[in-house]
Ligand binder design. Structure first.
Ligand SMILES: [Zn+2]
Length: 380
């Protein structure tokens, strides 16, 4: 008896989650939802009516119908719940409040401090201002999220050994944020969060299996498999920056030799290819290459060689539908996309053309990535 009741409750939860997830991507009518989820119209109607009554789903416009009355379309009510989020890198920190579609209701830019005590002080001092300027009902806040440089223990919310942020080693960020916000805190590393944002708001609408690789002062990754972020057994999956491209190559603090990051992160590449003060950013390299500067074209080719060495291994292991890149490489990304695509396609065992594409999230990717940690947890 208890078991049946439990099964029925689990089934109800699962059906509702499935309805919400479909509506996240597209407004649909009740008959369309019933068809898609293989539910009877009566059963779908019950779930939909309860979701409408709770306020998470709303009626918005009408759909097409072959004949008769046009069906009402259902949609997510994005302002039903909100997420408070923190995005942090070595050079940037921002706190924001977004709705369930990642729309920013308020934000406060903060200095990025190498000392965690100072940074938490900035967040504490700005928290009330953030809440007030958002204008939201505070009862609608469901999570506080933090998107931070890895590695990070996502279960405990403790930052481990983020490169270049030594004072943050072993800092219990989740615990400290909970003290300020009073909310359940979810912590995730930057690259995985960007992959999740790409899944929900970008190229995930076309591809369900892809690797997201972010190249800037480090190299990180996030694996999307069947529409879900693959976290590995302990949250350390997709560390493509720490896959080796030279067996006897440079030593890496991770313990390996020849890690991709030691050659292809932007500071390492620029240091190897230019004399000091000659070129200071990836953007300059791309701009000059587009103008026909041979040296800069060859630097881009070198970067494509490094990255494709690791990406071919990934493609041969996982056979994704696509590879998506972000970070500094998003500056005028077409030439780089072409250079990597050529190399990966020629050398992958599938011999299929695996598209290598720039991220489709051009604006506000960092805040959206931080918000998506909470949005994804809500929709599941
Ligand atoms: Zn390494």
């Amino acid at each position: 008896m208890h078991k049946n009741t439990g099964n029925a409750a689990a089934m109800k939860r699962s059906n509702r989650k499935a309805i919400l997830n479909l509506l996240f991507y597209k407004s649909m009518s009740k008959p369309e939802l019933a068809h898609e989820l293989k539910l009877t119209r009566a059963s779908l109607g019950l779930h939909a009516d309860e979701l409408l009554a709770s306020g998470i789903v709303v009626e918005r416009g009408t759909g097409e119908s072959g004949s008769g009355r046009k069906p009402m379309l259902l949609d997510i009510n994005a302002s039903h719940k909100h997420v408070a989020c923190l995005y942090m890198s070595r050079s940037e920190a921002v706190i924001a409040i977004t709705d369930l579609r990642g729309k920013v209701k308020a934000r406060v830019m903060l200095p990025a401090d190498s000392n965690p005590e100072n940074e938490m002080g900035f967040i504490r001092d700005s928290w009330s201002e953030l809440l007030e300027s958002s204008g939201i009902d505070l009862d609608t806040l469901i999570y506080s999220t933090a998107c931070v440089p890895g590695p990070v223990d996502i279960k405990s919310g403790v930052m481990l050994t983020p490169p270049g942020m030594e004072k943050w080693n072993q800092f219990p960020l989740g615990e400290e944020l909970a003290k300020i916000t009073g909310l359940k805190v979810l912590v995730e590393n930057n690259a995985a969060s960007l992959a999740l944002a790409e899944m929900r708001f970008g190229l995930g609408r076309t591809y369900q299996n892809f690797l997201y690789i972010v190249v800037d002062s480090g190299i990180g990754g996030g694996m999307i498999m069947d529409g879900q972020l693959f976290k590995g057994s302990g949250g350390f999956s997709a560390e493509i920056g720490h896959t080796s491209i030279y067996m006897n190559g440079r030593w890496c603090p991770c313990g390996n030799n020849g890690c991709l990051e030691r050659y292809a992160c932007i500071p390492a590449l620029l240091q190897d290819m230019f004399s000091p003060d000659e070129i200071s950013s990836w953007g300059q390299v791309v701009d000059l290459a587009i103008q026909g500067d041979r040296t800069c074209v060859s630097v881009m080719e070198k970067e494509a060689d490094y990255l494709s060495q690791a990406l071919v291994n990934y493609v041969n292991l996982m056979e994704p539908e696509a590879i998506v890149f972000g970070g500094d490489l998003l500056h005028k990304p077409d030439l780089m996309a072409k250079l990597i695509t050529e190399r990966v396609s020629k050398r992958s065992i599938t011999r299929r053309n695996i598209p290598v594409l720039p991220s489709a999230i051009a604006e506000d990717a960092h805040v959206l990535a931080a918000a998506t940690i909470g949005i994804n947890a809500f929709f599941g």
